[in-house]
Design a protein around this ligand. Structure first.
Ligand code: F6P
Length: 401
């Protein structure tokens, strides 16, 4: 008989635990493994309703709140146990499980199969803030203003922080950087056949639907001029409008741009039709910085700075413009931008409206191109890349609009 497994999530609120729990469930199910989630937050809302939204409910000195939360935990432990007894393979307990004593309770209650703790870490303040703002929009905060909801959630987190301790003494555990899909540390549960697939799910860059477009044409593009912050040309505006028309009716709740005008103007018609889309301009997606050559035409650079052209032609990937960037230097910031965008979008479809060099580097993160080929990837202005990247399925297509 194959030994079953309990997975218990660990982490402060708004760190990405539920997204990871859902990915583990989905990834395992794709392998024919029965997995289910037992979420303490859902049970809390059902059992205690609005009174459990107040931060005081989470104050460790509030005995009634503490007892209520322990009661919810025990109920879910019993449900998880029942699930494994009745044909389930992996039961995922989704809760903060912030205190070692709570984790000891889980280990001492669930003695029939091993318990693997997965701790989610997210140290990126921008992402934490965005997650908290998203939580503050949940129906349980319907009675508050956005600012009241935000303050209330921050206070709730502070109570959890006051008792939180990272994993250390538990029998089997993994610590994961939820923003980078990286395993930071582990005490492996080698005896479980589900451990290797779970690890694989955790390190997969999980993209359900990513639309990667380049900004529309600018006067600089027409002149062969690089960098700068030009607006769209008339043709560029038409391309932006065509992109918006093409995407009409498609569910794309997240749109990321750079901070450059051409990227923002390309997003504008898309956003005009999507009242509830979340837009975020990330500096990580700003076009390669050409330093002393910013705003120059390629032909002027050839004439006036022939050594720049020659050296760039010799190694376009590694060549950095004087006081500017190389493709190699872009890699880390673009990767950080992608991680931020993917973390924020969770499992929702997203669009990134980038630039020629930026999109080349973004594409390379999915295509695993040789470094020296990255600066030659085709990045048109009237087609977008549609990318889907899941543990068992990868799709990559160039779509005209
Ligand atoms: O020409 C448009 C542009 O986005 C420039 O701003 C940028 O310097 C260039 O493309 C990057 O492409 P390449 O590396 O081929 O010069």
């Amino acid at each position: 008989m194959i030994p079953k497994l309990y997975v218990a999530m660990v982490g402060l609120p708004a760190r990405g635990k539920s997204t990871l729990a859902k990915r583990i469930r989905e990834g395992l199910r794709e392998d024919g493994i029965n997995a289910a989630i037992f979420n303490n937050g859902d049970l809390r809302r059902q059992m205690f309703g609005p009174q459990s939204t107040s931060p005081d409910f989470y104050d460790p000195r509030n005995a009634a709140g503490f007892d209520a939360r322990e009661h919810i935990c025990r109920k879910n432990l019993a449900a998880a146990r029942e699930y494994l007894a009745c044909g389930g393979d992996v039961a995922i307990l989704d809760a903060t499980n912030a205190r070692p004593a709570r984790r000891a309770l889980i280990e001492s209650t669930l003695t029939d199969y091993p318990v693997l703790f997965i701790e989610c870490v997210n140290e990126d303040p921008l992402l934490q803030d965005a997650c908290i703002r998203r939580k503050a929009r949940l129906p349980e905060y319907a009675a508050c203003t956005a600012e009241e909801a935000y303050a209330s959630f921050i206070k709730r987190i502070a109570f959890y922080e006051s008792v939180y301790q990272p994993l250390e003494h538990e029998r089997f555990w993994l610590r994961v950087d939820a923003t980078a899909n990286r395993i930071l540390e582990e005490r492996p549960c080698e005896s479980s056949p589900y451990y290797p697939p779970i690890r694989d799910i955790l390190v997969t860059t999980w993209v359900r639907r990513l639309f990667l477009a380049r900004h529309g044409q600018t006067p600089y593009n027409l002149e062969g001029r690089i960098g700068g912050d030009p607006p769209l040309s008339v043709r560029g505006q038409q391309q932006a409008a065509a992109l918006a028309r093409h995407m009409e009716g498609k569910h794309i709740p997240w749109i990321f741009t750079s901070t450059r005008l051409r990227s923002l103007q390309t997003a504008a018609p898309l956003l005009a039709h999507r009242g509830r889309a979340n837009h975020m301009a990330l500096k990580e997606f700003d076009e390669i910085w050409a330093g002393d050559c910013e705003g120059m035409r390629y032909c002027d650079i050839r004439e006036r700075m022939p050594q720049v052209t020659a050296e760039r032609n010799a190694d376009k990937y590694r060549y950095a413009y004087p006081n500017g960037e190389s493709y190699a230097m872009l890699l880390e910031r673009v990767r950080r931008g992608l991680q931020r965008a993917l973390f924020l979008a969770g499992d929702d479809p997203l669009m990134i409206i980038g630039h020629q060099a930026i999109n080349r580097v973004l594409l390379s993160l999915f295509l695993r191109r040789r470094a020296e080929d990255i600066p030659y990837t085709f990045v048109p202005q009237d087609q977008y890349y549609h990318i889907s990247c899941l543990p068992r399925r990868r799709l990559f297509e160039l779509v005209p609009y």
